[in-house]
Design a protein around this ligand. Structure first.
Ligand SMILES: [Zn+2]
Length: 285
């Protein structure tokens, strides 16, 4: 999921046309658009069209599949809700989320990527770089869920970090922002983040969906997501995106969570945490 209400997205978009809600799919503030993801149907990045929800999703999906090599299912159903209340109801009716979890999620999340589904709370930012980031972040989760054949199976900090990593690559490809700038923003926002300063990230807790939610609500959403991004960015730079993709794929089989991380990355979660802390220490004041 994504919660970052960004005030730091470089430049709101430059006169992008407002996304028109298709009359056919929009009923009582709920728009439903099934988007077919066959490679041939996906837009090439040079021709990405952000004028409708369908075109936006297809354009972003094209970059994710063709350029980043991340898989997406044949069809993704995109739900766009016009208010917080309709979003909460949609999480229950369309996303099959429990009522308690839907109430919690709709309070802070702007979007949720589920299996072959994208559920988005539409704010006035449709068509902005921030909207593109949100759609790309949630589509990245849809890809991860496809790889792991289910939700919440991989380390949550890595799932969130990879979703942000994917979104920043998409933003750069569409010339809406740069990876370098996003990395600087991330470094700035984790510099004084308590777990970083205390040199105790506790990836054990950050690794579960529940633990991640508790931590970002308690310690700050922006910093927690940016920390996750920097960890994923470090791991991808060190071992390659293919390796991280293989890890997500390995989460489809039964077996213990820590063992899978160790098998994929050749070190325990604790050892990775130590290494990551040393990396993050380079950014301290
Ligand atoms: Zn997310």
């Amino acid at each position: 999921m994504s919660v970052v209400r960004s005030d730091e997205t470089g430049g709101r978009l430059l006169g992008l046309a407002l996304i028109a809600l298709t009359a056919a799919g929009c009923v009582n503030g709920r728009t439903v658009v099934p988007v077919r993801m066959q490679p041939a149907a996906l837009a090439t990045p040079s021709a990405v069209d952000l004028s409708s929800h369908e075109a936006t999703v297809r354009g972003i999906a094209g970059i994710i599949v063709r350029e980043l090599g991340l898989p997406l299912p044949e069809t993704v159903t995109v739900y766009v809700y016009s208010s917080r209340e309709i979003f909460e109801q949609g999480l229950v009716d369309d996303g099959r989320v429990s009522r308690v979890r839907a109430a919690e999620l709709s309070d802070f999340a702007l979007g949720v990527g589920k299996r072959r589904q994208l559920l988005l709370h539409q704010e006035p930012n449709v068509g902005s770089a921030e909207w593109v980031r949100l759609v790309a972040h949630e589509l990245a989760h849809v890809s991860q869920i496809e790889l792991a054949e289910g939700e919440g199976r991989a380390e949550q900090w890595l799932a969130e970090g990879l979703a942000e990593w994917t979104a920043y690559r998409v933003l750069e490809r569409l010339r809406l922002d740069t990876v370098v700038r996003r990395r600087l923003v991330a470094v700035e926002s984790v510099r004084d983040h308590r777990p970083v300063v205390a040199r105790r990230l506790d990836l054990e807790t950050l690794g579960t969906p529940r633990g991640f939610t508790v931590r970002h609500l308690r310690e700050g959403s922006q910093a927690t997501y940016q920390l996750s991004y920097l960890l994923a960015d470090y791991l991808i730079a060190r071992d390659g995106l293919d390796h991280v993709v293989d890890y997500f794929r390995s989460c489809a089989t039964r077996g213990d969570r820590h063992g899978k991380f160790a098998a994929a990355f050749g070190q325990s979660l604790e050892d990775f945490e130590r290494e990551a802390l040393a990396h993050l220490a380079k950014f301290s004041h």
